[in-house]
Structures are given as structure tokens and as C-alpha cells.
Design a protein around this ligand. Structure first.
Ligand SMILES: NCCCC(=O)O
Length: 814
């Protein structure tokens, strides 16, 4: 009879690879009173039927690092535990069968180089030498990553479980979690059919069962079970050292197994499973093989591996796996419930991610923060649309179907749209808007001039895309006249209460205790002085602040602020995103236009840069913020949604004689790059401090006010930095997209965090950190000779530490 402990530091729910890896790492970190509970047997959920490929390269440096950690761990786990893992570092091949895919593969190789991974380009015949079973008649080229590999999913999980036990963790199989005890918004205990365990942290690694389990406690985990099939052939003389192979143009992957081949794929019409809930008793269970559905993948594979025509098929495994709406996994502490952690939704990368995901989950649970920025996989990246199961399923079906399709620059999702619409959606659509989508919001990306025969639809490529000229027109209007951006999707919060100023001044790096009517640009830092939030704060009353942040950061920033209000302080945070529309009027003509529609004083003296006031426009009380993200004179106009059409119409009419144009997010991006404004999530984030990012001027170290992250910020200000954000320009015909490698005096020193084009300066622009373990300052940055690697080619680059456009801020303050 199993006797559960009555207390534990951490309880992990789920005995698949992620749960076992988390237990392994928590125990190694010294939390030996970690308990893992598995409802049935280890691996019996999804792990046992995973294919077991371990690839490393992703478009995000830290996720690539996490996967690289898995490879390092798997390389030594067998020796440590004495259990076989099936780990083989045979390398991984990726094929390209057309010129566009070849460009994508070359850009991926450069991304690999940026992140410090070896990835070699091969001719078709060189690829054939590594993978002699394939037909290469349609091949343009291939890339080879020598450190990729494959593992046996069940064996590697058992080895992690053994390693966890060896380090002191306890693992209980056949133990069902029936409930959680929650007290004051945090986890108190886990209730099982064999007893109660009081604990500090719960980490739910229950695979596709995670969504319904978490929902019982108000936590949203947007994942969907999808049927995924792969076949295994009878032995056909496949050598044991065969690299894994990804053939994205044919949607297929391959690996060697006992002398045969595993072959699976990602069909464009996947089948969601268990839409109304996973049946009781579904463990060590598979779905019936669906040969008809697999035929489309099989047909493609036969073209690549002719030997499959005569190979016997041993099994066609149809196992449901968790997929997510954006193809990234879901990790971190739930915003809805303290001490409730999630590691789920691994999109068929569970085995590749297992080692690293367990490591980061363990560190996050133990230390209260992840070891590095995991924003692209963070559970707080989701928002309102992700609560709706139908919407999540629709979007996830699209994401699954695009698993191997070309990842085009600027690609937008097609499904589940339109979902959240600004009140101006129809008006802007009539004006030629081509919309993009973020967190469900439809947002104009650019405006087609339909009178010239332009169509508001993106045509994707790796070169300049069809919207390039249209965005250039918007850019020019912003610099020479004025534009209006519909930025209604901005997340907006109100913080109210007698302690609002004290609380916010603790959370913000900049000083927000300024007179009513002041606007403050500020970061919010973690204890390492990493930038957790980057936002604008307006003091609208003695005891009230209006906070504006990016569309995609609504859940994250709300959670960060509310969790960091010091205990006992009397103030409340409200999400008022849906109450207010936002029109940003920007450009040298902005004042002339605004003066025509308001009786309020908007002169330079009457309405200074960096202030917020209420003005009247078209019968509407508008909160006007004199601020800019494009480097021009301008105002963000925040107004109750019901006035949006009237205020927009008044502006457009008044702007007619001033060259006012609609503009979208693509020109906003080009404008901000010229000005060197940083974007959270790419140029700045938890791995970057204000001093590294050139934002030290916004940190209140000169004031005697304590704030979160102050000690680390102070230490870095005194000790100096080891990386520094710089701007790079290259010839206009070089397309920069981000992740291009930066070389200083021939040495790799970083990669671009953003890339784009500056229409005023007529150059391609990138931002990125220059790293040096011995320390970096502006002189060091400026004294180097720079090249960028773009799709494996090196190009000369100029470096800049000042904004390319209006470095003295004359336009903004004028
Ligand atoms: N579970 C299949 C993984 C496929 C891939 O790594 O591309």
C-alpha cells in the first residue's frame, strides 16, 4: 500500500517526459521533497507514442538554448542513471526543394549561427551521402545540424524518473489527483485518491489533460488534442547512424528505428480529437490507424524514399498529442492562480523539449522566475480569445497544418478572424486596410490605394513584399504631413487608490510620482534588473494612473503589476482595454489638424510633450497623450469606444488639407526603427537591462526611492555592461528580418533583434546587442568594423549609437 507524504515543497502532476524532467531538476536543485503523481503509469499518456526526434533550431534564441540543453542532458543521462535512453546524436537534415525554401533554409542556417549552433549548407549530392535512401531529383539543397538527434521517448523518461529518484524526489504511479485546495488565491494542497499533500507549488505537466484540469481552478491553458500519425516500416537495412530528416516541402519527417524507418507528417487538414473531453481510461491508448487520412503524407514520402514502396508497414501509430494556437509550448506560472505552474502543449516537440523544459520549470518554480526569458512560450502570452475552446481549436488546426509550411516573413494567421474589432474596423476596411491580427484584434497593417488597382492582401516572399511601396507612402506622410493609426488594441489599465503612487513607484524603474497630468515612459524590472514591462504611465489624478502597454502584453503586464503591488497597499488595478479606442495622430501637421477639431489649447506651451490632458473633440471627452512611437509631433487620443467613428471622421475631415493619411502597423515599425525606439519582446525583455538597452536615462537611481530591481540596476550601473544595443544599417537591397548574425572585426558578437527598412534614410535597419564578456561601452561598439550575416552571406554594415532620425528630438518636442 502506497503511503504518500503529507507535505512536499512541490507536487508535479503527470508522469510524462515533462513531469519526470521537472522532478529530476527540482530534486537536483535541492528540493528533494518533490513529489510526482501519475494517475496511471509513467509515460502512459502521450510520451509512450511520441516519435522521438530531437531537433534544436527555433526562431527564438532562448527556446533554441532550451532545446540545446535537452541534447546536452540526453548525452549524459544514460551514464548517470545506468538506464538506456536510445539517445543518438546522428544529426538532422532539412531539405529544400524550391528557391523560396532554399532561402528559408539559408536564413535558418544564419539563425543557427547567430545562436552559436553549427548548421552547414549541403548540395543535393552531399545530402545524399548522408541520407542514401532518398531521391534527390527535386532537391535544391539541404542544411545539416550535426548535434541534432533522436531518443527513445519511454526510455529517456524512465531514465529521468530514475535520476529524479536518485536525487531524492518521490514518484507515485496509480495515484489520481482529485482536487486542489486553494486558499487566498494560492495553492495550499493537492488532494489525491490516496491522501492529501500540503505543498507550496503545483506543476501541472498533464499533457492533453492539462486544459480541462486547469480549467477547474480557473486557469486557462489553450491546447487542443490532435490526431497525429506516423508509420514504422519493417526492418529495411536502414543504418543506425542515419540522421533524422525533415522534408518540409513534402510535409514529412523521418528517423531510423530498429533498421526500419519512422515516417510521419503534418497534413494541412488535421483531425482534432476528444473535442468534448478525453474519455476516461484513455491511457496506454492509441486511436485507430486512419490509412485514408495518412495517404496524403504517404504519397509525398514515396516520392522522397522510393524504397518505401516495397517496405512492409509494421505499424501506423495514431496517437493524440497536444497542440497550441501558435505552435509554441505553454510554460510558466498561471496568471490566474499563484503557485500553479504549467508545462504542456508541446506540439509534437515534447521529447526535444523535455530536458530543457523540465530545467526551466524547476528553476521557475523554485526561484520565482525563469532562468532566462521564455516569453514566446509563456502562459501569459494568451488573452481573451484563448478562453473560447472553438476559437482555440480553429486556430490550432491552422497552426498544425502550417507546422512544416514556409514560415514567411510577416505571415499572418488566417483562421478565427475577424475576432476582436475596433469600432473603426469597417470604416478602415473601406479605406483599403489590409489587417493583421494580434491577440484576436484586427489591426490595419497597411492601406492599399484601391484607386491605383492595389489589393489589400499580403503576397508573401523573402524579398520586398507587395506592400513595400504602400508602406513607403504612409511613412512619407508621417514624416512630411500627418497620419492616423488605429491603435485601439493597446492594452490599457487604470490603477486607483490612495496607495497607487507608492505602489507604482515601487514597480516602475522611472519616477511616476510627478504632478497630475504627467506622462512617464518607464520599464518595470525584475530582481535582476531585466525588463519585464515597457509602458507609458499617465497620472490622471492624485490617486489614479492610466497605463498603456502593447496589445500582446495585456495578460502579462496586468499580471506583473498586480502581483507586484506590495502587500497591504490600498489600490486596485483594472483592465479597461475594451472601454477605450485609440487614435494616434502623428506628424508635423498633427497640431494644425488637432487645432481644427478642439477648442482646447494644444499649442506647444499649452500642451507639452510628455503630458496627458482631457480635451474635447466632436462632443467626446478625449484623453490626449502627447507621446510618440514614430519620432514626430503627435498625440495618442484615447476615447470611449462609442465616440470613435465621430472623432475619426472629424480628424479626417480636418486633415484633408494637411495631407492626413491612414497608416498601419508596418509603417509604425519602419518609423520606430529609424528612431531607434525599442520593442518589448524583441529588442528588450527580461534578459536585457535598461543599461544594456540604452534606457538607463529612464531609471531613477538618482532619486532616493526604492524600486524593484534597484539593487541589480545599481550594481550594473557601477560595474558596467557586457552587451549593448546598437543600430546597424546596410544597403537598401539587403532585406533584414531579424536574427541576422552580427560580426565585429570578424568575430560573432550577437544577432539582430529587429530588422526592417527606413524609408527616410533609404537603408535597411537592424537593432541588436553587441556582446563582449570583458565589457562593452559606446566607444567599444563604435570602434568596430561590422558585418551582418544575411542568409549565410556576409554584408558590410554601419553601426550607430544615436537614432538615425532626429537624434536631438527636435521634431518630437517641437
Ligand atoms: N514528433 C515529430 C517531430 C517532428 C520534428 O521534430 O520536426
Amino acid at each position: 500500500m502506497t503511503t504518500l507524504p503529507t507535505t512536499a515543497k512541490a507536487v508535479i502532476i503527470g508522469g510524462g517526459i515533462i513531469g519526470c524532467s521537472t522532478a529530476y531538476h527540482l530534486a537536483k536543485l535541492g528540493w528533494t521533497d518533490t513529489v510526482l503523481l501519475e494517475r496511471k503509469k509513467l509515460t502512459s499518456g502521450t510520451t509512450f507514442h511520441a516519435a522521438g526526434l530531437v531537433g534544436q533550431l527555433r526562431s527564438n534564441a532562448n527556446i533554441t538554448q532550451l532545446l540545446g540543453y535537452s541534447v546536452d542532458l540526453y548525452s549524459k543521462l544514460e551514464e548517470e542513471t545506468g538506464l538506456g535512453t536510445g539517445w543518438k546524436m546522428n544529426g538532422g537534415l532539412r531539405l529544400a526543394c524550391n528557391e523560396e525554401r532554399w532561402t528559408e533554409v539559408k536564413r535558418q542556417a544564419t539563425t543557427a549561427h547567430s545562436f552559436g549552433l553549427e548548421m552547414e549548407l549541403l548540395t543535393p549530392s552531399e545530402a545524399l551521402e548522408l541520407w542514401p535512401l532518398m531521391d534527390i531529383s527535386d532537391l535544391v539543397g539541404a542544411a545539416f545540424m550535426p548535434t541534432d538527434g533522436q531518443a527513445n521517448p519511454s526510455d529517456i523518461t524512465q531514465a529521468l524518473a530514475k535520476g529524479a529518484r536518485m536525487a531524492g524526489a518521490s514518484i507515485f504511479e496509480d495515484t489520481k489527483v482529485t482536487d486542489l485546495e486553494v486558499e487566498n488565491g494560492r495553492i495550499k494542497a493537492v488532494i489525491t485518491d490516496l491522501g492529501r499533500i500540503e505543498c507550496e507549488k503545483v506543476i501541472v505537466c498533464a499533457g492533453q489533460w492539462t486544459r480541462s484540469f486547469a480549467k477547474r481552478f480557473g486557469v486557462n491553458v489553450p491546447l487542443v488534442s490532435m490526431e497525429h500519425q506516423y508509420m514504422l516500416t519493417e526492418p529495411m537495412g536502414v543504418p543506425g547512424n542515419l540522421p533524422t530528416l525533415r522534408d518540409p516541402d513534402r510535409l514529412c519527417y523521418y528517423k531510423e528505428e530498429v533498421g526500419g524507418l519512422v515516417m510521419g507528417g503534418y497534413e494541412p487538414n488535421p483531425i482534432p480529437w476528444a473535442v468534448d473531453g478525453i474519455p476516461e481510461g484513455f491511457h496506454y491508448s492509441l486511436l485507430g490507424s486512419n490509412f485514408d487520412h495518412f495517404e496524403q503524407i504517404m504519397e509525398q514520402a514515396l516520392g522522397r524514399v522510393p524504397g518505401l514502396q516495397t517496405a512492409g508497414i509494421k505499424t501506423l501509430t495514431n496517437g493524440p498529442e497536444s497542440f497550441t494556437p501558435d505552435g509554441n509550448f505553454i510554460i510558466g506560472e498561471a496568471p490566474e492562480l499563484k503557485n500553479f505552474f504549467v508545462g504542456a502543449g508541446f506540439n509534437a516537440f515534447g521529447i526535444a523539449s523535455g530536458g530543457g523544459a523540465g530545467m526551466v520549470l524547476a528553476e521557475w518554480a523554485k526561484n520565482g522566475e525563469p532562468p532566462f526569458d521564455l516569453w514566446s512560450a509563456d502562459i501569459r502570452r494568451f488573452g481573451r480569445p484563448h478562453f473560447d475552446t472553438d476559437w482555440v481549436r480553429t486556430r490550432t488546426v491552422e497552426a498544425y497544418g502550417k507546422h512544416y509550411t514556409m514560415a514567411w516573413p510577416y505571415e499572418e494567421h488566417d483562421s478565427g478572424r475577424p475576432c476582436r474589432k475596433s469600432p473603426l474596423y469597417d470604416v478602415l476596411a473601406d479605406a483599403g486596410a489590409c489587417f493583421g491580427e494580434k491577440l484576436g484584434w484586427e489591426r490595419p497593417n497597411w492601406f492599399a490605394d484601391t484607386s491605383r488597382g492595389e489589393t489589400p492582401k499580403d503576397v508573401y516572399s523573402f524579398g520586398r513584399q507587395n506592400w513595400f511601396e504602400a508602406v513607403g507612402r504612409e511613412h512619407k506622410a508621417a514624416r512630411d504631413a500627418a497620419v492616423v493609426f488605429d491603435q485601439t488594441s493597446f492594452a490599457k489599465f487604470a490603477l486607483k487608490g490612495p496607495d497607487a503612487v507608492a505602489a507604482l513607484n515601487w514597480i516602475c524603474a522611472n519616477n511616476v510620482d510627478r504632478p497630475v497630468g504627467s506622462l512617464t515612459y518607464t520599464q518595470m524590472l525584475n530582481d535582476k534588473a531585466g525588463i519585464e514591462c515597457d509602458l507609458t504611465v499617465g497620472r490622471v489624478a492624485h490617486d489614479e494612473f492610466y497605463i498603456v502597454t502593447g496589445t500582446g502584453f495585456a495578460t502579462h503586464d496586468f499580471n506583473w503589476i498586480s502581483r507586484n503591488i506590495p502587500e497591504g497597499m490600498n489600490c486596485q488595478l483594472f483592465d479597461i482595454t475594451s472601454s477605450n479606442a485609440v487614435l494616434a495622430l502623428m506628424g508635423p501637421e498633427a497640431r494644425n489638424i488637432l487645432e481644427k477639431v478642439t477648442r482646447d489649447d494644444v499649442s506647444n506651451d499649452g500642451f507639452r510633450f510628455g503630458t496627458i490632458r482631457t480635451i474635447g473633440i466632436a462632443g467626446c471627452p478625449v484623453q490626449a497623450l502627447r507621446v510618440t512611437y514614430v519620432g514626430e509631433l503627435g498625440w495618442e487620443l484615447h476615447l470611449p469606444v462609442e465616440y470613435a467613428e465621430a472623432v475619426y471622421a472629424a480628424l479626417m475631415q480636418a486633415g484633408r488639407d494637411h495631407g492626413l493619411k491612414n497608416a498601419g502597423y508596418r509603417s509604425l515599425e519602419a518609423l520606430r526603427l529609424e528612431k531607434g525606439y525599442r520593442a518589448w519582446g524583441s529588442d528588450i525583455g527580461p534578459d536585457h537591462t535598461p543599461f544594456e538597452a540604452g534606457l538607463g536615462w529612464a531609471v531613477k537611481l538618482g532619486k532616493n526611492i526604492d524600486f524593484k530591481g534597484r539593487a541589480a540596476a545599481q550594481a550594473q550601473k557601477s560595474g558596467g555592461v557586457k552587451k549593448m544595443l546598437a543600430c546597424f544599417t546596410v544597403d537598401p537591397d539587403v532585406v533584414l528580418l531579424g536574427r541576422e548574425t552580427i560580426y565585429r572585426n570578424g568575430q560573432r558578437v550577437g544577432w539582430l533583434t529587429s530588422g526592417g527598412y527606413g524609408y527616410t534614410v533609404g537603408k535597411s535597419i537592424g537593432l541588436g546587442y553587441v556582446r563582449n564578456p570583458d565589457g562593452v561601452d559606446a566607444d567599444y561598439v563604435m570602434s568596430g568594423d561590422y558585418e551582418l550575416e544575411v542568409a549565410t552571406e556576409r554584408v558590410r554594415a554601419q553601426v550607430h549609437m544615436e537614432p538615425l532620425y532626429d537624434p536631438k528630438m527636435l521634431k518630437v518636442r517641437g
